[in-house]
Ligand binder design. Structure first.
Ligand code: PMP
Length: 283
């Protein structure tokens, strides 16, 4: 069945949705995006995603295509028009269309595209088993805190993982894990949750912020610092977070089992707390 999608002010069947070949997102990856999960027809952590979108736009001196209220209304329209219950809403803002030139001008009309993808997120069977990761060098650009559509290296990383018989890759820079191809990385040792501190080297995950807040509220110990792959292999548990996977157990790194090689207790508890809390606050 054809989806209804949103393109530059219009709700259209997906086959009729078109963008310009001169759009700078197509020519230069000059665009930013957000992915918001939907559970029971409601948006999870919408405010956080919009706040990060404004920050990405401002770091790249891009104009906002509309207001926060208008963005919320578009998300809600997509849910209503598609009878959508569970999955993701993808949103992309582009700088706009112009004759191809590396330098941009300030008068471009920003582009806005949104569409949804149905996906089982809460009762995800993968979370019962956990996933395997491989380590790869982090060869992305230096401003990973900006959520751009420049995703070729993360795509290559997923393919490297697949070829190695794993599910995802954790990226390593200067001997330390930065993050996963599309998620933030954590280990647990002696009950303490360890994850890299915020900076330009990683995306400031909206799920990360919520999970760390819930962990601290539940009196769990949290340490924000870099860790190595060797340290991760000796950890009791490992997991990652993202808007689409929530809290996902990692049970092996580069072929070595983490802890018992099954999802750990802290990870399972964090997933439960996260799902309970964000659903209470969904809008
Ligand atoms: N890091 C990277 C590189 C990502 O692509 C993502 C997901 N877009 C994340 C972390 C997790 O961020 P969030 O929790 O906001 O989905």
């Amino acid at each position: 069945m054809s989806r209804t999608v949103y393109v530059n002010g219009e709700y259209l069947p997906e086959e009729e949705a078109k963008v310009s070949i001169f759009d700078r997102a197509f020519l230069f990856a000059d665009g930013v995006y957000e992915v918001t999960s939907v559970l029971g027809g409601k948006l999870i952590a919408f405010d956080g995603h919009v706040e990060r979108l404004w920050r990405s736009l401002s770091e790249l001196e891009m104009s906002a295509p509309c207001t926060e209220d208008e963005l919320l209304e578009i998300h809600r329209q997509l849910i209503a028009r598609n009878g959508f219950d569970e999955g993701l809403i993808y949103l992309q803002v582009t700088r706009g269309a112009a004759d191809r030139d590396f330098a941009w001008t300030d008068d471009l009309e920003p582009g806005l595209v949104l569409f949804h993808q149905e996906k089982r997120l809460a009762d995800n069977p993968v979370a019962e088993k956990g996933i395997k990761v491989v380590s790869i060098p982090d060869e992305r650009w230096g401003r990973r805190d900006i959520k751009t559509v420049q995703l070729l290296y993360p795509s290559m990383g997923k393919m490297m993982a697949k070829k190695a018989g794993a599910d995802d890759a954790w990226m390593v820079e200067d001997g330390k894990v930065t993050e996963g191809t599309s998620n933030n990385a954590y280990i647990v040792k002696g009950g303490k949750i360890i994850t890299r501190h915020l900076g330009n080297e990683i995306l400031h995950g909206i799920t990360r912020a919520a999970v760390l807040r819930f962990a601290r509220e539940a009196q769990m110990q949290v340490e924000e610092r870099p860790f190595t792959i060797d340290e991760a292999k000796l950890a009791d548990e490992a997991f990652f977070t993202s808007a689409s996977a929530f809290v996902m157990p990692v049970v092996a790194i580069d072929g070595d089992s983490i802890g018992a090689g099954t999802p750990g207790g802290v990870t399972k508890r964090l997933r439960e707390i996260y799902l309970e809390e964000v659903q209470k606050a969904a809008i």
